[in-house]
Design a protein around this ligand. Structure first.
Ligand SMILES: *Cc1c(COP(=O)(O)O)cnc(C)c1O
Length: 336
């Protein structure tokens, strides 16, 4: 559910996920967890990223389950939970090769022993995260296999101490699709839930992008050969034509890098975006003989238009960045 459910709007997506059987929801920040609680979500909420220590009171108040990567944080949580008279579940996070959060594999047993010894903490889970599980390149497959082996070793070391690692989880979308042996007790798919095939291979089960960005034409204008459109005059009409102004820009999350490189769908036909995308508006070239009218609906991506993954590929990024960047000011409409 992090980043407003990857830009889709967190509460309706959270409710749909729980209705579909999700056991636990994951967020990146304490604020995101609080937003779910204020929205009436009662399911377990897992905080994936490392918070600031001064956020611990809100973690306790909102019953967030945190990942713990180091002894300092475990002890700070323990102190504050004990002072509040609580026993809170935590998950141990180990870095098997992602190179971000998580304790080194060699210190995982010490951290597990520390957590298990904290009277106000319940050692409830053990997790790792993959760096390139979405790639089927042989070297990436080998790297993921190595991460998995290290994770198994860590789990063995923890069990050898007589400790129960709790809910074991590792798989993001790429690993859900390409590495069934990494599923353990729980999986953490993100982008896959929103309908993007996270891997370059054919998706073993059909998914369809959830998000469509729509607008309506608010202004139509005649453009003479040689006239330019928008900031920087990056596009000049090669002949007399008609242009449409669409009230969606980079502040809405339409990437400015798509200027002069993307097409939008109007009445089942694609038209090029022309000139630089502005903060709040963009323009499409309708051609000289157009039947398109003011107020006609425009699909900027998704739906019957090329989707966010295609747009991402066109401008050299990933669909995550496209959907997460759709600004809060864009109204979300949910269609069953
Ligand atoms: C974002 C995130 C995921 C989900 O990743 P996807 O690639 O969207 O499936 C899983 N685990 C952690 C720790 C994450 O930060």
């Amino acid at each position: 559910m992090k980043a407003g459910a990857y830009g889709h709007g967190v509460l309706p997506i959270a409710r749909a996920a729980i209705e579909a059987g999700a056991y636990c929801l994951a967020v990146a920040t304490v604020d995101e967890g609080v937003e779910l609680r204020l929205g009436g979500i009662d399911a377990p909420i897992l905080l994936l990223s490392q918070p600031m220590f001064d956020e611990i009171p809100r973690i306790l108040d909102n019953r967030l389950i945190t990942m713990v990567s180091d002894i300092d944080y475990a002890e700070a949580l323990n102190r504050q939970a004990a002072a509040a008279g609580l026993i809170i579940p935590v998950h141990l996070k180990v870095d098997t090769g992602m190179g971000r959060m998580g304790c080194p594999t060699s210190s995982a047993p010490d951290l597990a022993r520390c957590i298990a010894g904290c009277t106000a903490l319940k050692y409830d889970g053990t997790a790792t995260h993959f760096a390139s599980s979405d790639s089927a390149r042989p070297d990436d497959i080998a790297y993921t296999r190595q991460q998995l082996e290290r994770f198994h070793q860590v789990l063995n070391d923890i069990r050898a101490l007589g400790l129960d690692p709790g809910i074991v989880h590792a798989a993001n979308s790429g690993a859900v699709l390409l590495h069934p042996d990494s599923w353990f007790d729980m999986v953490r798919p993100g982008i896959l839930l929103y309908g993007y095939n996270a891997v370059s291979e054919a998706c073993p089960f059909p998914v369809q992008p959830v998000m469509e960005l729509r607008s309506n034409i608010v202004f139509i204008k005649q453009v003479k050969k040689g006239e330019s459109l928008s900031y920087g005059r990056t596009w000049q009409a090669p002949h007399d034509t008609v242009a449409a102004v669409i009230p969606a820009g980079y502040a809405d999350g339409l990437p400015r890098l798509a200027s002069n490189r993307w097409q939008v769908l109007i009445n089942d036909r694609l038209y090029p975006l022309t000139g630089n995308i502005c903060m709040d508006q963009c323009l499409a070239d309708l051609g000289p003989e157009t039947t398109v009218k003011r107020w006609d609906e425009v699909s900027l991506f998704g739906g019957k238009a090329p989707d966010a993954a295609k747009l991402a590929a066109t401008i050299g990024t990933i669909p995550y960045e496209i959907t997460c960047n759709i600004n809060k000011r864009v109204p979300r409409v949910y269609i069953e």
